[in-house]
Design a protein around this ligand. Structure first.
Ligand code: REL
Ligand code: ZN
Length: 422
């Protein structure tokens, strides 16, 4: 059962990539049980921090940022709509994405009528919208980012209200432990863990207990942290101690991967709030050192600088315990996704996770995955065509297998779990 002609191949690959259900392994979405933590709707789409940054570029240098922040959410949305869609054309990835969402939802993009769009959302419940969006975007399930240091989120878990919807999985996010130990200590204390700022045996034990409790409470698939590009390992510092003596032992005991998202410089412009983070170059050899030192520990790794991507993909050839994933944040733009996906396939075949959405607003799943699917399909078509030209014809089953690996199975295999529902 093979595809014979070039045209047939292209159509089959595109169709397969289009309809294969996705596991989105890193998002900032929440299950409906988390109430207002789940962001959705047109005003949220418009006030996405990517668009806030782009909008504020069109304001004068002497106008205070506060003017924007003092607006209500709906006023901010209207302002962004005016600046980025009416007064200028929405050509950027994030702006055109909003239109892709409207179009895919069947709304009239040509009307340019924000209030009309708002009406379309007004009658929906979050549950209905989750069903509709998952269906339109072809999403089987997503992994959330779950932060016990966030008091709102923590309360929900402690109330036993965690997740029920099986389409949402948890990932334990522990940035303060590595990046902000001074503020983490009193927080951990308040949560009942007897830690001290000083690195004592008790601090190590108690921090491990914290991780164990929360992984179990959340049933987290992996532990995750984001770090600046100047993260170095091995080195004599707090981060290295925390990794060696707390994180790795806890991950090993619990049998879960450790996800490292490296290369973010937080708050280079605090006036922009959530939109104020920058990318920076990272050190791939620090990941190399970790992979070598802990050959049985699995690492999910993504980096934020374009300049690190090739070296990171090469490193994945050396270490089977390293899984590269996604085109993160500022790299999730058409031109770079194309480049990264192509060389990852060229270096690693299908043994990688080409994309995650990082969606913060439910409907973003539609455009982020829509665009990525197109690019993944075109890269794969080119690669299968090369094989076809020398007489290797992939069967439909083989193409399906490969696409399923890329869009979900590689992740599930790496975390060592079976795919829910299979
Ligand atoms: O998980 C992260 O650290 C980042 O992806 C987020 O902090 C970031 O704000 C996100 O919206 C990027 O896509
Ligand atoms: Zn993220």
């Amino acid at each position: 059962d093979t595809v014979v002609s070039g045209k047939e191949l292209e159509a089959f690959v595109r169709q397969t990539v289009q309809k294969t259900m996705i596991t989105d392994m890193h998002t900032h979405l929440y299950a409906p049980e988390f109430g207002s933590l789940l962001l959705w709707g047109i005003d949220e789409l418009l006030t996405y921090h990517y668009l806030v940054a782009e909008t504020l570029r069109w304001t004068e240098v002497d106008s205070p940022y506060e003017q924007f922040w003092s607006l209500s959410k709906s006023q901010q949305a209207e302002y962004i709509w005016r600046k980025l869609f009416l007064e200028h054309s929405p050509l950027s990835e994030a702006a055109s994405g909003v239109l892709q969402v409207l179009h895919t939802m069947g709304l009239d993009v040509g009307s340019r009528d924000l209030n009309e769009y708002r009406k379309q959302w007004a009658s929906r419940t979050p549950q209905q919208q989750i069903d509709a969006v998952f269906q339109l975007a072809g999403i089987r399930d997503v992994v959330m980012t779950n932060d016990p240091f966030d008091p709102n989120e923590r309360e929900l878990w402690l109330d036993g209200r965690g997740k029920e919807d099986p389409r949402f999985h948890a990932a334990l996010r522990v940035d303060p432990l590595l990046n902000n130990w001074d503020t983490a200590v009193p927080e951990l204390h308040r949560m009942g863990y007897q830690v001290e700022a000083a690195w004592t045996d008790q601090t190590i034990k108690e921090t491990q207990r914290f991780l164990r409790d929360w992984v179990q409470r959340m049933d987290a698939l992996y532990m995750a942290v984001s770090m600046p590009g100047d993260f170095r390992y091995p080195i004599e510092d707090h981060r290295a101690r925390m990794i060696d003596e707390v994180m790795i032992p806890a991950c090993q005991e619990l049998g879960i991967p450790f996800a490292l998202m490296i290369g973010v410089r937080r708050q280079v412009n605090p006036e922009l709030r959530l939109a104020g983070d920058m990318s920076m170059l990272s050190d791939v050899s620090s990941v190399e050192a970790l992979c070598r030192k802990y050959p049985q520990q699995k690492f999910l790794v993504t980096m934020l600088a374009r300049e690190n991507q090739h070296e990171l993909a090469v490193l994945a050839r050396k270490f089977r315990n390293l899984m590269v994933f996604g085109c993160w944040w500022f790299l999730n733009i058409g031109s770079i996704v194309k480049e990264m996906t192509a060389f990852r396939v060229e270096l690693l075949g299908t043994s990688m996770i080409p994309q995650h959405s990082d969606a913060r607003i439910l409907e973003q799943l539609i455009y982020k995955w829509g665009h990525s699917r197109e690019i993944i399909a075109s890269v794969l078509t080119e690669k299968y065509s090369r094989l076809q030209r020398v007489g290797w014809t992939a069967s439909r089953e083989e193409i399906k297998r490969d696409v399923e690996d890329l869009l979900g199975n590689n992740f599930w295999r790496f975390v060592g779990k079976t795919i829910p529902g299979n």
